[in-house]
Design a protein around this ligand. Structure first.
Ligand code: AMP
Length: 421
């Protein structure tokens, strides 16, 4: 364990090789797939006025109440590190006016929540997400889910499960809250402490409790769709039929509510068995968010990238990483050869060959060791003799065979070893 001095803050991590190549593959696949659905990237600031999140996410949500990094900046302004991506994107979309009405955007980046760190819960984590702006439309909701499923399939994830539910419309909300309250209030004392608080502040959240004490009561409740208007139930059925048409399997989960106040109609979560107790890989839903004098409607989702990395490692092993170029090491026997090789390496790099050489004038043995340590696929050796003859010694590291090659053959040979999976 390295000394504390070299550690990042608790709940935050340095992301580096070799794992970083899984991140690269996720990012490039995300950009490609989301582009297929007409989404453009938006990069909103990591730091915003705290009201951007408080107003959008609702100030009774756990994330806003307990987890947001909020502080005063040097000018005495109340600012917050973004705990999720949607609020900043909504501020951006609202600012576009009419042009934002049918925008499709995606984002990839770090989010911050000051939670108790544990497996699957970091204080700095990363999300990729998208928002498809537009009025309530079951086909759009199905498309948003399809987009996420295509991403997961293209990345090679297996065993993930899409769980679906509806929050109904705001008109339904009153009936749902009333219905749930009538059933839960008499049993208040039997609920866990947090759920008793939620009963007063945000009763829907009681439904997705993880508290063992509350679970038996919550499981005995009827699905909240029972309290909703027929049209809201029909909307959910439409989403399900669209998904069926796209051959996407979903499971209806009547207790799924998602934590935020802004959801209406469709909500969903994608789970993966590799994630243990924090098994949510992604969450999404349809929303109507009011910012100033504007209301933005749309459907969106966010996927936790740390959790996605874990799921892909489980499903794919080594194949989770992005393919890497093979490494060619160039060994110089003597200073004159180094001068020529220094240029050779540059020429090769300009032709797309990944290569390296020793810059410190060390012995041939030390250079060969370095090649080995760096995982070189092949080594090119050149000294005074080779320069006089105008050749290169090409050593295949896997077989140990050495061949003398002139420049054209060398280039041909490099073509054949250039890419490895
Ligand atoms: P949420 O909007 O809170 O449901 O977050 C969407 C996704 O982000 C979740 O399904 C997780 O995959 C991921 N996520 C949320 N919070 C954290 C966290 N503290 N650490 C790591 N991933 C997280």
């Amino acid at each position: 364990m390295a000394s504390e001095e070299f550690q990042p803050l608790q709940g935050m991590s340095d992301l580096s090789s070799p794992e970083i190549s899984i991140w690269h593959r996720i990012e490039s696949t995300t950009r490609r797939v989301f582009h297929l659905y007409g989404c453009e990237e938006v990069r909103t600031p990591v730091l915003e006025k705290s009201t951007v999140f408080e107003r959008t996410m609702g100030d009774t949500t756990d994330v806003v109440q307990k987890e947001m990094y909020v502080f005063e900046d040097r000018g005495g302004r109340r600012v917050a590190l973004r705990p999720e991506g949607t609020a900043g994107v909504m501020r951006y979309i609202a600012g576009l006016g009419q042009d934002g009405n049918d925008a499709r955007v995606y984002y990839i980046g770090p989010m911050f929540r000051c939670e108790r760190p544990q497996a699957g819960r970091k204080r700095q984590f990363h999300q990729l997400g998208a928002e498809l702006i537009g009025p309530a439309n079951a086909a759009a909701d199905a498309e948003a889910i399809a987009m996420q499923v295509q991403l997961l399939r293209e990345l090679g994830a297996r065993d993930f499960k899409v769980q679906l539910n509806t929050r109904g419309l705001s008109e339904d909300r009153e009936a749902v809250v009333k219905g749930l309250r009538a059933l839960l209030e008499p049993r208040r004392a039997e609920l866990g402490e947090d759920d008793q608080r939620r009963l007063d502040q945000n009763i829907l959240r009681v439904l997705d409790t993880k508290d063992e004490k509350s679970l038996p009561i919550v499981k005995s409740l009827p699905p909240m769709t029972e309290f909703m208007a027929e049209s809201s139930r029909a909307y959910l059925q439409d989403v399900v039929s669209h998904l069926k048409r796209l051959e996407i399997d979903v499971v209806l989960n009547p207790r799924l509510v998602r934590g935020l106040d802004y959801y209406m109609h469709t909500v969903w979560e994608i789970t993966h068995p590799a994630l243990g107790s924090q098994d949510a890989l992604a969450g999404g839903g349809r929303y109507k968010i009011t910012i100033g004098d504007r209301a933005v409607e749309g459907v969106g989702f966010a996927m936790g990238m740390e959790r996605l990395v874990t799921a892909l490692q489980k499903d794919l092993g080594d194949a989770a990483a992005a393919p890497k170029l093979a490494l060619i090491w160039v060994v110089s026997l003597g200073p004159a050869a180094f001068q020529e090789n220094f240029r050779l390496v540059q020429t090769l790099r300009m032709r797309g060959v990944r290569c390296g050489l020793d810059l410190a004038g060390r012995s041939m043995k030390a250079q060969m060791r370095a090649a080995d340590r760096a995982g070189a696929t092949a080594v090119i050796i050149r000294g005074d003799t080779e320069m006089e003859k105008g050749v290169f010694v090409f050593k295949d590291m896997a077989t140990g065979t050495q061949t003398e090659l002139a420049m054209p053959e060398l280039l041909e040979r490099l073509q054949s070893v250039n890419l490895v999976a």
